[in-house]
Design a protein around this ligand. Structure first.
Ligand SMILES: [Zn+2]
Ligand SMILES: [Zn+2]
Length: 117
């Protein structure tokens, strides 16, 4: 099962949900919501952020995993946290903080790779 979503400005196909356990191929998958706490940044400046995630659980082999929805959620938590400090991430790679005060929201490397100077 695939669905289209906006990703970095391009529409790409992403798998919505695994309907089979990647470990034992069972189809007895349970999905539930959880809040994940994770550290962002290294000590001593590191901070613990929380993000609502979707956990997939296999009722057959007891494995647990998360997919891109949880990735998105963690990413949003990081962005929200940074925004409160006036820091914004590059809109292309979503990992390099950029100074938006001069109207640029893309990091130097992404600007180069896009051929924009
Ligand atoms: Zn399994
Ligand atoms: Zn970038």
């Amino acid at each position: 099962m695939v669905h289209n979503r906006q990703f970095y400005g391009k529409t790409v196909e992403m798998r919505v949900k695994m309907n089979k356990c990647p470990f034992c191929e069972s189809e007895k998958i349970i999905e539930f919501n959880e809040t994940e706490y994770f550290q962002y940044g290294a000590d001593p400046d590191g901070i613990v952020l929380s993000a609502p995630i979707v956990v997939e659980f296999c009722n057959s082999c007891d494995e647990k995993w998360t997919d891109w929805r949880s990735e998105d959620s963690r990413q949003k938590a990081v962005e929200t946290h940074l925004a409160t400090k006036g820091i914004y991430l590059c809109t292309v790679c979503k990992s390099v903080p950029v100074d938006v005060s001069d109207g640029v929201d893309t990091c130097g490397r992404c600007l180069l790779s896009q051929g924009i100077t």
